[in-house]
Write a protein that binds this ligand. Structure first.
Ligand code: ARG
Length: 462
């Protein structure tokens, strides 16, 4: 009698146990045990359905519920000994349940396969992760609005090509990120709709012969509906790819902000300080205070991109239906979840620890002819075609550069040498305050508009 020479629940048709190496290679419990809550929830919903449909008895259900409560308690307390002999979270939980309640535990798997079970667990897990991420995104976005409000009227140079372009306010700059992270939140909300569908009932791939009620299980688990096709239900992980892609986009936004924070904190730029609790020192250079958090976040972005590519490649060319390849979906997915949640949590906190050094931003604004476009616009309003105005101002900038001053420091006569239409009122538009105030349409950087945008942002946050 060799067929049960190993402990696997499926050992019946095998004549020798798997080698230790294969056991380690195929086991997933080390990483999928983190889905134990979802696994138990899914099993309980399935068991309730089986009882309601008369597929198992009310007594079996009562035993399963009692047993699962204890399994949950043991796991929570760190008492369950996870075994790689039992491959994955599903078989570990089921085995412990059966040890506690006997035959009822063995009936739990009626009309179910690990294929639809694991797909259900991941969807439940991801749904929770999305809900957590939404809470964190909201906290982070509200911290960005707080910072924007504090600095709604603080002028800074806006850059294109990293060259001083036109004045903006720091608040306006922060609200740009508010928008980006808002779209990220929308993407997660949209992904959630496709995550939130029930695979259970698909069984291994073709459905099951028992008179199951999938709608009931879906309602029990808070799913919006069932996966329509059993083959699709057990095999596709597009929802996980979509989720990770939303994570990758979010991290891309994080990396852009991080890059700016790192630059702004460089003493050569000096636009901001980041509170000490988010920075670290150097083991050799006593003077150093490094923006490690944004640097690491910038680095971790690549990590999430990598997880996305892993998942895309994992799914590529997989024939229907379930293949063991899919077991490899979990580590990239979990890592993306961890990276994004940790990053958002720390960024929400760090946003409150950013101090703006307005004097340095102001100084930078006097160095790049930031109001040159305002002068060109002024000339257009005096009747010059824009292209001619652009050229005339170009000459004025050249003259200012040669003299080593900014545009407002040129005399009226010096400006008139290039732009004869100019009058004394030009100096109002050449100032940073004038430049800011004149961009007063929706989406513009005029402080009054920034304040209005902050009001709308708060409303959108709810
Ligand atoms: N641990 C497996 C996974 O993560 C569970 C499903 C296994 N199904 C199977 N027939 N081997 O995908």
């Amino acid at each position: 009698m060799t067929s049960n020479a190993n402990q696997y629940t499926w050992a019946g048709r095998f004549s020798e146990p798997v080698s230790d190496l294969v056991k380690r290679y195929t086991a997933s419990v080390d990483f999928d045990k983190r889905m134990w809550r979802q696994d138990i929830c899914g099993s309980l919903a399935h068991a309730r359905m089986l009882a309601k449909q008369g597929i198992i008895s009310a007594q079996d259900l009562a035993d399963i519920e009692r047993g699962m409560a204890q399994v949950a308690q043991e796991i929570e307390a760190g008492q369950l000994e996870w075994s790689i002999d039992l491959e994955d979270v599903h078989l570990n939980v089921e085995k412990r349940l059966t040890a506690l309640v006997g035959d009822a535990g063995k009936r739990l798997h009626t009309g179910r396969s690990r294929n639809d079970q694991v797909a259900t667990d991941i969807r439940l897990y991801l749904r929770d992760a999305i809900d957590d991420i939404q809470v964190l995104l909201k906290q982070f976005r509200s911290a960005l609005v707080d910072l924007a409000e504090k600095e709604a009227a603080t002028p800074m140079p806006g850059f294109t090509h990293l060259q001083v372009a036109q004045p903006v306010t720091f608040g306006h700059h922060m609200l740009a990120y508010f928008e980006m992270f808002g779209r990220d939140a929308e993407r997660f909300a949209d992904t959630r709709k496709r995550v939130n569908r029930l695979p259970l009932g698909a069984a291994a791939l073709a459905g099951t012969t028992y008179p199951i009620d999938r709608e009931f299980v879906a309602a029990e688990l808070g799913f919006e509906g069932v996966c329509e096709n059993s083959l699709d239900a057990v095999s596709d992980r597009d929802f996980a790819i979509e989720f990770t892609s939303a994570c990758a986009l979010l991290m891309m936004h994080v990396s852009r902000l991080s890059e700016e924070l790192v630059m702004w904190m460089s003493p050569r730029i000096g636009f901001i300080q980041i509170a000490d609790r988010f920075c670290t020192g150097s083991s050799i250079m006593p003077q150093k205070k490094n923006p490690d958090v944004p640097e690491l976040a910038r680095g971790k972005t690549g990590r999430v991109y990598g997880q996305l590519l892993s998942l895309l490649t994992l799914m590529k060319s997989q024939p229907l239906a379930y293949n063991k390849d899919n077991q490899e979906d979990k580590e990239p997915l979990f890592d993306a979840v961890d990276t994004v949640t940790d990053t958002l949590r720390i960024f929400a906190d760090m946003a409150g620890g950013i101090t703006v050094r307005a004097e340095n931003m102001q100084a930078a604004l006097t160095q790049g002819f930031a109001t040159a476009t305002d002068l060109a616009d002024y000339l257009v309003k005096k009747g010059l075609p824009f292209r001619d105005a652009h050229e005339a101002v170009g000459h004025a900038v050249k003259a200012a550069e040669a003299k080593g001053v900014d545009l407002p420091q040129l005399t009226l006569d010096e400006i008139r040498a290039f732009c004869p239409q100019v009058e004394n009122d030009v100096f109002a538009v050449l100032t940073v305050a004038g430049s800011l105030a004149s961009r007063k349409h929706i989406g513009g950087t005029a402080p009054e508009q920034v304040k209005a945008a902050i009001g709308r942002a708060r409303q959108r946050l709810g």
